[in-house]
Design a protein around this ligand. Structure first.
Ligand code: ZN
Ligand code: ZN
Length: 135
């Protein structure tokens, strides 16, 4: 197998197995365990190709200067927690709600708020008092 093909397959495998929407650097750290010679720029380039081919998703969050990546095993949307900054998959269908004359090919929604775990920790009460900046 060509080196480039191998690298690509490894990156796809890593993404398929990590369901936590890793960043390019997190993918790079994992990839180096299997292919120590892989460079960060190769990871970036391969991710870009895969995004352009529609094989993976790139997720950008306002205010963050890095992207997260997702190998979508199924159609889903995302919920972003402002407190722990985790991205959760949400499987709901809202695509059918639109009656417009255009042809919708995809619709990706990002829900933003405070996740279940952070709510349990009572963090939400603190946020209401002090704002998000504390976190
Ligand atoms: Zn959270
Ligand atoms: Zn996802």
């Amino acid at each position: 197998m060509l080196r480039k093909t191998k690298q690509r397959k490894l990156i796809l495998d890593i993404l398929r197995e990590s369901r936590n929407h890793p960043t390019a650097e997190e993918i790079y750290i994992k990839a180096r365990m299997y292919m120590p010679k892989m460079s960060l720029s190769t990871v970036y380039r391969t991710l870009k190709d895969l995004v352009n081919e529609g094989k993976i998703w790139e997720i950008r969050i306002d205010g963050e200067n890095f992207a997260r990546y997702d190998y979508p095993l199924n159609k889903h949307h995302h919920f972003y927690c402002r407190v722990c900054r985790k991205l959760f998959d949400i499987e709901i269908s809202i695509d059918d709600c639109f009656e417009i004359p255009h042809k919708i090919e995809e619709f990706k929604a990002m829900f933003i708020g405070v996740c279940e775990n952070c709510l349990k920790g009572g963090v939400y009460e603190n946020i209401r008092e002090h704002g998000y900046n504390r976190y």
